[in-house]
Design a binder for this molecule. Structure first.
Ligand SMILES: O=C(CO)[C@H](O)[C@H](O)COP(=O)(O)O
Length: 210
């Protein structure tokens, strides 16, 4: 059993709301992707929070510095999860964890471009990170990479934290991701690029929850 997260990666405010209207009933978590949150800011979070009380909301801030200062306003505005980069200073990561705990929310550490993902995972879990994000980014996907080997290595640690997996996941690979130990399955392009995003979201969620 895993939760599903839909990555809203458009820059367009209204198109993002319209897509969220279609998929929200079929996923557990709505993600405001990095380009989208940079382009639209906290106003989009506030709008989604008001419209979709039944979904968790993740803001993919990919914070690199000033962890507590940057993330706190987003938790305050209703984000359930904020993302900090694993390559950032441990003080930055601890700042996001502190802000999350203050609001009873969660901090996710994204392992994108982290050299030693096992060591980093142990370090940030010891610091109180709630979710480890195994993430093959869009540019890495374009170069042919996938998240599966990293998922196997992190799941084998059995650290008892949530493991989120992102990077080109689709219906055809969702069961493999779930069975390998992901507790959150992220899909962006597989849903927003589908002819019927709601149906695609429902299909992936049925697999994730299975
Ligand atoms: O965080 C992201 C890019 O940095 C994407 O939102 C994430 O990779 C999910 O999208 P996709 O399923 O299309 O890979």
């Amino acid at each position: 059993m895993a939760l599903t997260q839909m990555a809203l990666d458009s820059l367009d405010f209204d198109a993002t709301i319209a897509l969220a209207e279609k998929v929200a009933p079929h996923v557990d978590i709505l993600e405001i992707g990095t380009p989208c949150i940079k382009h639209n800011g906290i106003k989009l979070l506030e709008t989604l929070r008001a419209k979709f009380p039944n979904n968790k909301i993740l803001v993919d801030l990919k914070t690199m510095d000033a962890g507590e200062y940057e993330s706190e306003p987003f938790y305050k505005a209703g984000a359930d999860i904020a993302v900090v980069l694993g390559v950032s200073d441990i003080g930055t990561i601890k700042g996001v964890i502190k802000a999350a705990n203050k609001y009873g929310k969660k901090a996710q550490v994204d392992l994108i471009s982290v050299e030693d993902k096992v060591a980093k995972t142990k370090e940030v879990v010891a610091a109180g990170a709630h979710i480890i994000g195994i993430h093959t980014g869009l540019d890495q996907q374009a170069a042919g990479h996938t998240p599966f080997a990293d998922l196997a290595a992190i799941a084998a640690l059995n650290l008892g934290v949530d493991i989120s997996v992102a990077g080109g996941v689709k219906a055809a690979t969702a069961a493999q991701v779930r069975d390998a130990g992901a507790t959150i399955i992220v899909a962006g392009a597989a849903i927003y690029g589908a002819a019927d995003p709601a149906a695609s979201a429902a299909e992936i969620t049925a697999i994730a929850h299975g």
